[in-house]
Design a protein around this ligand. Sequence first.
Ligand SMILES: *Cc1c(COP(=O)(O)O)cnc(C)c1O
Length: 411
Amino acid sequence: MNKLTPGHCDLDYFPTVDGCLQIGGTSLQQLAERMGNTPFYAYDRKIIEKRILSLREKLPSAIKLHYAVKANPMPELVHFLAQQIDGLDIASQGELRVALEASMPSQHISFTGPGKGMDELKMAIEAGVTLNLESETEMLRVAKLAETTGVKPRVTVRINPDFELKSSGLRMGGGPKQFGIDAELVPGLLQKLADLDLDFLGFHIFSGSQSLRAEAIIEAQNETLELAIRLAEFAPSPVQLLNLGGGFGIPYFPGDLPLGLSPIGENLERLCEKAKTTLPEATLSLELGRYLVGEAGIYVCRVIDKKISRGQVFLITDGGLHQHLAASGNFGQVIRKNYPVVIGNKMASKEKEVVSIVGRLCTPLDLLADKMELAKAEVGDLVVILQSGAYGLTASPTAFLSHPTPKEILV
Ligand SMILES: *Cc1c(COP(=O)(O)O)cnc(C)c1O
């Protein structure tokens, strides 16, 4: 069990041997030597595998599991995931390449996101990927492109629902949004779609992200199915795909508790039953990002200086916000809170100290841990930021200050 700062829930994914954190069966120190250099990101296959198994166990087998590649697009990791899940959701041409190289059959890849470019749309249509239409303009563009590609585009309509996932970290639906088509406009859009040479497959409804409350997710999923049933009446053909969104969160901050899957699974069981009669041809899916990979990853940097400024201890590391923006509190957080952090080579240390951990950038925003009680650390020790498998490296401004980009490893 990792002893984290007071308030963080216990995270016991990574065992400790002789006071050193272990990842993928090796000690952190050995791994750091193998990597040649800090900082780096490491992702543990076993933890991802276990997470998928627990989802398969607790959710109905009829529910397909998709991975939202933007959470972590490392090609090796996506390839590993592709062998265990049912589909990949992508949001750019670059992610499309990663998904195709991961050998995911194109009919199980769906392309979401506002403002898709013409070249992206063309490549996706030719590859046979399902396009989640984000606007009427996009629908017309896709229909036009199809005239030259000779492939009938597979499309679903992304709906901006008239509800939102309550108490979620990031609201992606409800109210005015740049995502999807307002639910009330969908019947009219479907009428136009019927006249175009498009293969209509169904709906994509994503109402929010990073929720740790099962009841909120259940409520959103119930409303999602209701909305899909209502709108299916206006569809040119039976709904074959219904993407229920995701929103499953992971505990990052003091006070956060892990999401309980069982009630969500029980409710989905009921929804699957209901869908059997109301949307008999529909395959239901969930698209998860951080829930699949977030807890399997760590970010590791090294203490390169230690100083005391007017009584406050600073550990200065070779990492920083340019490599882990989210841990610095600048990736969508309203109030800065500490990620779970440990001194990875001093897990058993009894000697503690309250420290602030900073990076090497010349900005006070570059704070990786603010006044946390941790094992007393010195120059050379390894700082580990847990819960870093999603929205880490690729969600960070790595070009800022022109330091080298850290390596990543799947262990
Ligand atoms: C980002 C995103 C996801 C994944 O979100 P997580 O919070 O990582 O689970 C899923 N679907 C869509 C449409 C997204 O934009």
